[in-house]
Ligand binder design. Structure first.
Ligand code: NAD
Ligand code: IMJ
Length: 254
């Protein structure tokens, strides 16, 4: 087992379609002990039964709150005294921001998207640092190709993912001396809650099937298998990387 005895904190399980849920199951199968978090009561109701099915603990954590982030780390300090793995699978922009012209982006909409989708990864690592330093630990976040190329309607989320990917590089450089590795997976489009109501999503899925080298879309489980690699000792020499799990779509020019 690749993660025997490892202690893992996973943020971003909303339901059984979440990428974070596939990662949680994969980590559990490989011997990890888990804590899952939720933001808000509606999500708590969905996460509790899922967590129970893999013997994971559940804690509240809205990543806009420094106090809630601190409380999670204090709980981990008491429970485990250490943290080996942190998975950040969180993104949010107001839905009005995910349609129409980029010029309709508001100051508040920009701040919210960047706070929840990019800054929170830095905030979590700042709070987790004492628990993770000096023990070959790893953190992983989820990105999308909209960070580097333009996709219709992705708008301010593309800007937030660009900030997130740059954060991965700066965090990797800053935390490497403490033996903490920092990486991202840039996943292809997947029908999760984060895709519900997104205009033109089906069109994007079929374009990937048509043009990607593998001529299909990727699954949550395929993302989770790569997450396992990046968070395990198999990737002990890998940090600061944005690793594409997208059926090869990103390498095609036309
Ligand atoms: P999802 O909706 O299941 O997960 C998003 C999670 O973000 C949810 O659990 C939600 O509760 C959480 N979240 C939102 N605001 C939060 C807050 N303030 N505090 C704490 N948590 C908050 O969808 P998903 O597709 O599994 O998304 C997970 C990650 O994968 C996101 O970063 C997303 O950008 C990324 N991603 C998704 C796709 C896709 O096509 N689905 C592709 C590439 C990358
Ligand atoms: C999201 C919006 C527009 C285009 C999109 C997406 N494409 C893909 C996504 C092409 C693949 C999904 N994705 C990669 C995301 O990061 C989604 C983030 C997201 C989704 C929502 C929907 C509901 C809402 N706010 C959101 N905030 C972030 O209210």
């Amino acid at each position: 087992m690749l993660l025997q005895g490892k202690k893992a904190l996973i943020l971003g399980v909303a339901n059984d379609k979440s990428i974070a849920w596939a990662i949680a199951r994969q980590f559990k199968e490989q011997g990890a002990e888990l804590i899952l978090t939720f933001a808000g009561e509606a999500i708590e109701k969905r996460v509790r039964p899922l967590a129970e099915s893999i013997d994971a603990a559940v804690l509240p954590c809205n990543v806009t709150s420094d106090e809630e982030i601190e409380a999670v780390m204090a709980d981990i300090q008491k429970r485990w005294g250490q943290l080996d793995l942190l998975v950040h699978s969180v993104a949010f922009a107001d839905k009005e921001e995910l349609k129409g012209s980029i010029l309709s982006t508001t100051r508040q909409g920009f701040a919210t998207a960047l706070d929840i989708s990019a800054y929170s990864f830095i905030a979590l690592l700042k709070a987790a640092h004492p628990l993770m330093a000096g023990r070959s630990s790893a953190a992983l976040t989820l990105s999308y190709h909209g960070a580097v190329k333009v996709f219709p309607n992705y708008n301010v989320m593309g800007i937030a993912k660009a900030a997130l990917e740059a954060s991965v590089r700066y965090l990797a450089a800053g935390l490497g001396a403490d033996d903490i590795r920092i990486n991202a997976i840039s996943a292809g489009p997947i029908k999760t809650l984060a895709a519900v109501g997104v205009g033109g999503f089906n069109q994007i899925l079929s374009t990937v099937e048509e043009r990607a080298p593998l001529h299909r879309n990727v699954t949550q489980d395929e993302v989770a298998k790569s997450a396992l690699y990046l968070c395990s000792d198999l990737a002990s020499g890998v940090t600061g990387e944005v690793h594409y799990v997208d059926a090869g779509y990103n390498v095609i020019g036309i």
